[in-house]
Ligand binder design. Sequence first.
Ligand code: AMP
Length: 548
Amino acid sequence: MYPQSPLMGQMMNQPLLISGILEFAARHYANSEIVSQRVEGDLHRYTFRDCHRRARQLANALEALGVRMGDRVGTLAWNGYRHLEAYYGVSGSGAVLHTINPRLHPEQLAYVCNHAENQYLLFDFCFLPIVEAIAAHCKTIKGYILLGDADRMPADSKIPNLLCYEDLLAAQTDEYAWPRFDENSASTLCYTSGTTGNPKGVLYSHRSTVLHAYASALPNVLNVSSRDTVMPVVPMFHVNAWGLPYSVPLSGAKMVFPGPALDGKSVYELMEAEKVTFSAGVPTVWLGLINYALQNNLKFSTFRRTVIGGSACPPAMMNTLIDEFGVEVIHGWGMTEMSPLGTTGGLLTKHMELPKAEQRKILQKQGHAIYGVDMKIVDDDGTELPWDGVAYGNLLVQGPWIAARYFKDEGGDVLQDGWFPTGDVATIDPDGFMQITDRSKDVIKSGGEWIGTIDLENIAMSHPAVMQAACIGVFHPKWDERPLLVVVRRPGQDVSREALLAHFDGKVAKWWLPDDVVFADALPVGGTGKIQKNKLREQYKEHRLPTA
Ligand code: AMP
């Protein structure tokens, strides 16, 4: 609580509520379209006005089912209009939307459902086998709502109290007044990926979500306007699709949801058909799209801007998108605990005259803080390090859309003097541009010195024969750990270990050079599209380096 001034402002005191975003879109951009590639296989289209009507029917249906303020309602769904209705119908009515990553292991799915104490679970019918597998282990769920028409309901199913979404909505009127309540009430719950231990819940509030939506639409950030057609490729089950289901409606832009079809061909064809101008996704998804377009000699007719984050955008990917396709790349950084956006890349006026190569170096950084987020880098004793672009340290953040603790206080007090430790290691330059050198768990500790793996991976991926690369530390008798590079070659391309090592010459300090290279058919990728380095470390833990 903060002290009150003897003279308080006299503005209307309206709480910042998620329902207000859709209410605004439906009233002021009523005819902006929402197009969805459905799990059913067809394309569905309607408007913000329709979405608002059905979100209100959903709110009535939830009330009829006995869902009350603060109750958790889970979703297991791809990006689509029904999921969007749940974003607003659930949170808007005062209940808490728990978006669940279907790529989690069934045991983890049951764990998060129980931990969240979900009352109901809404799911796409393609996830029926998953729901059948976990239902017996989910102790608090009173009913399972299949997101589809009655004809999609299975004839016989072991799932207790299986309900049909469309029937539930059809039984309700769209007369519903969104309740007003404290903007600090919980709105949404999302669990971290949990690479080590159980996933932890991050509980967003209406206030944090609305502020994040406002800030993320700004020109320096995602620059979303009513003239855009936005395709969130990043899933709605992972940190609210980077806030796009909120920032797009408040901007009045058209939305295009790709559903489950995330391969290069499907994404390309939907982008072209619906004239998508802006999209957002992780590097592994863009890899598929870029390869498809290159192999088929295709260009984009309307796609002009993309934000790439979730893991470092390889410079080679950025260069291809800009130089081959004329697509502006905004490098974004954030995390589940940050709603997720913290920084976005871009150029300042003084950079406009720089040679292209210098400009790219700036664009390749994870970027500048967004208003609302403060950050600093500290050494292991907590002493703040200079913003000189050279000193690197643990990155700490604070702001109104950054978690202060985890749901049910898992992990105890996480803040350090009011700052959230991100677990990332970074530099910050004098202009405030932050660059991640590594995740602290992935840094290679060679003879007490740190080697950042992102740089090494980016250099490897700048070789034309390399499609993906991951660098991990493996045991070395003298230096404790030394870098091992795991490489996936492009189909039909070849490069030897020696040629790849020679490609590093002059690009990094000699002691950073990988000690060895191994070739793999694929790299393990987790549920949120990140390369699972813990799995690689396990796989290569017996690898004997030639230098050992
Ligand atoms: P998550 O909570 O699953 O979204 O993961 C957040 C983590 O992903 C961050 O702490 C970073 O380690 C990593 N990350 C996200 N964006 C980037 C980026 N642009 N570059 C490097 N790492 C990133």
